[in-house]
Write a protein of this length. Structure first.
Length: 462
């Protein structure tokens, strides 16, 4: 007889507790434990714990060297998507596309499925647990993809889906939209709980590996983490892509945060239009499109996103604060990094910003994670404070150390090339490390060795 056992599972981190508690011992989150029933019993049931008194069989070892052919990747033809996946989808792998509700995950998944299904000998199934067949059809029509040979189904039972796909003629690519709507009937907990999400994903991933199809899971992330976030899934899948963007902007950025088959930090840039997601082949031009000439408080950062250079404008505003603790607001960058730059400016260069509110914004909705943006941030701050613009035709990059020194960053040549390509004439950058060749780029490189040099440029005639 199957025995039901009650667990309390943290919906934030997935930790299992025997007793209910107000605070999860695993991650410290409050009020995240939810009762889940797990049937422990005879093996074979979907999701149930598989226990058996039988002794295991021996595992045979093979040498590390051997002929294991690398399977060809399935390329969708959507360049931005393929690149982020590491050059196409790997057969038998599982991919997770996470993102806030409404950001465009279903649109991306449907476009990818439709494009893949048009490739030779690639059949695609799209299983929707959120939308009805009619809704998906309407969306496909709006995207101009209604004639793509995608096999469409609306289903939420993992048992039914596994039974359907478990055959030699399984499709090559299966999209599940979304994993939070899937459930396994052997478990009592509701769809969307950590237990269900984990067990459903486990079954589907097992089948994908066995049958060699690529599994594309769509997952929601909520700020509160009340619906089981895809965090618990990240360990189970081969590739994790995050689809992000600011609500008010039409740009969407697909970012690889884990990839067993490719580089991480690679981004794909899309634009949400009436006809779905369009590829943005030249993101720098897009991010700089709304730049207005000589204004103070703006600096162009020559950044790198994965293997691709991207130029973005960093904007700062410095104003007198009426508050005892002045405001520090940051959009698109790390708050702690801003605090560090402000502290170095104050302690090493005597630039006082203590009584000022400071606002920092990365224009266009991009989130910058590189320390290489330090110099551009410092320039935007100094420019805003002195009300003197940064030269219009200059880009900046460089990391700032705690003693105020400006440190070299990687891929300087690629950053400079992108800047030159977009018509910039100068680059304010760290001194070239000794022994490194001068880059062959038609741009005036203006080396800044210490933050004092940068401060001096804004104070010369002030
Ligand atoms: P959707 O893919 O449903 O988001 P998710 O699956 O991540 O919840 O897309 C949501 C938004 O995208 C919706 O607000 C409408 C917008 N959208 C467009 O602007 N153009 C389009 O062609 C489509 C299909 C959607
Ligand atoms: Mg959706």
């Amino acid at each position: 007889m199957a025995k039901a056992k009650i667990h309390y599972v943290c919906q934030e981190c997935g930790a299992i507790h025997a007793k209910w508690m107000g605070r999860c011992e695993g991650c410290g989150a409050w009020n995240t434990l939810l009762e889940e029933t797990v049937s422990e019993g005879p093996p074979g049931g979907l999701g149930g714990a598989r226990r058996s008194a039988k002794r295991g069989r021996g595992v045979s070892f093979v040498p590390l060297e051997g002929d294991s052919a690398e399977a060809a990747r399935r390329v969708s033809g959507i360049g931005e998507f393929d690149r982020v996946c590491g050059g196409g989808l790997v057969p038998g792998s599982a991919l997770l596309i996470g993102g806030d509700p409404g950001i465009g995950k279903s649109t991306l998944a449907l476009q990818a499925a439709a494009f893949l299904s048009q490739q030779p000998s690639t059949s695609c199934a799209y299983i929707s647990g959120e939308e009805s067949i009619d809704q998906v059809r309407l969306r496909a029509r709006r995207l101009g993809l209604a004639s793509a040979p995608v096999q469409l189904a609306a289903a939420t039972s993992v048992r039914d889906i596994v039974a359907t796909l478990d055959g030699p003629d399984a499709p090559q690519v299966v999209v599940i939209d979304s994993i939070q709507t899937m459930y396994i009937d052997a478990m009592d907990s509701a769809p969307g709980t950590v237990g269900q999400v984990r067990a459903s994903a486990q079954e589907l991933i097992r089948l994908a590996k066995q049958r060699g199809f690529t599994l594309l899971l769509v997952g929601h992330v909520t700020k509160e983490g009340m619906i089981a976030g895809p965090k618990v899934l990240e360990h189970m899948v081969d590739t994790v892509l995050y689809f992000e963007g600011e609500r008010g902007h039409q740009f969407r950025i697909l970012r690889a945060v884990k990839n067993r088959y490719g580089a991480i930090d690679e981004i794909g840039v899309f634009e949400m239009t009436d006809a779905g997601l369009g590829e943005v082949a030249n993101p720098s031009a897009l991010f700089l499109a709304e730049r207005r000439g000589r204004v103070s408080g703006a600096a162009v950062f020559a950044g790198m996103e994965g293997t691709r250079p991207v130029l973005v404008e960093i904007q700062a505003l410095v104003s007198n604060s009426p508050l005892a603790t002045p405001r520090r607001a940051v959009v698109g960058w790390e708050t702690s990094r801003l605090s560090m730059v402000l502290a170095v400016l104050e302690a090493r260069c005597g630039v006082l910003l203590a009584g000022k509110d400071v606002y920092l914004n990365v224009a266009g909705g991009l989130r910058v994670g590189e320390p290489a943006a330090d110099l551009a941030v410092a320039a935007a701050l100094l420019s805003a404070r002195a009300d003197r613009p940064v030269p219009e035709d200059a880009v900046l990059f460089g990391e700032i150390g705690l003693s105020g020194e400006v440190r070299a960053v990687g891929q300087a040549e690629q950053r400079l090339k992108e800047a030159a390509k977009l018509g910039f004439a100068a680059a304010w950058s760290p001194p070239r490390p000794s022994g490194r060749k001068a880059p062959q780029v038609e741009i005036a490189v203006d080396e800044i060795a210490h933050l004092d040099d940068l401060v001096a440029r804004f104070e010369a005639e002030a």
